[in-house]
Design a protein. Structure first.
Length: 126
C-alpha cells in the first residue's frame, strides 16, 4: 500500500512538473524576448529552478515534523512524520525519489510518442 501511494505521489509530481513547464513556456512566449536565445535561456533556467524545488526541497521538507524546533514560527509550519533523518525516513522518501526518477526516465519517450501519435492522427484526418 505504501509503495502504491509513493508511486502515485511521484506521478503527481511528474504531472505537476509537466504542467508547470507548459505554463513557464507560455509565460516566456508572452514576455516577448528580443531573440530566441534569451527566451530559451529563460525557459531553461525557470524549468531548472522548478525541478530543484519539486524534486529537492519538497522531498526534504514534506515529511519533516518541526514541533521540536525552538523557533515558534517554524514549530507550526511543518507537520510531517519524522523529526530527524533516520532509516524510516530514508525508506519512505527514498521510495518516492526512486519512483519519481523512474517516471522521469520514461516520460520523455511517452511524451514523444504521444505527440507523434497526435500529429499522425491530425494528418490522417486532414
Amino acid at each position: 500500500m505504501l509503495s502504491l501511494l509513493a508511486s502515485g505521489f511521484s506521478y503527481l509530481v511528474v504531472i505537476n512538473a509537466y504542467l508547470l513547464r507548459l505554463v513557464l513556456i507560455f509565460c516566456a512566449r508572452k514576455l516577448r524576448f528580443t531573440n530566441l536565445t534569451e527566451e530559451t535561456n529563460w525557459i531553461m533556467l525557470a524549468i531548472f529552478y522548478m525541478n530543484v524545488f519539486n524534486y529537492g526541497f519538497v522531498y526534504l521538507w514534506a515529511p519533516w515534523d518541526s514541533r521540536n524546533v525552538n523557533i515558534p514560527v517554524v514549530q507550526s509550519f511543518f507537520g510531517g512524520v519524522y523529526t530527524d533523518y533516520n532509516a524510516f525516513w530514508f525508506n519512505d522518501v527514498g521510495a518516492m525519489v526512486c519512483s519519481t526518477m523512474l517516471a522521469n526516465m520514461y516520460y520523455p519517450a511517452l511524451e514523444f510518442f504521444g505527440y507523434w501519435g497526435l500529429r499522425w492522427l491530425y494528418r490522417a484526418i486532414d
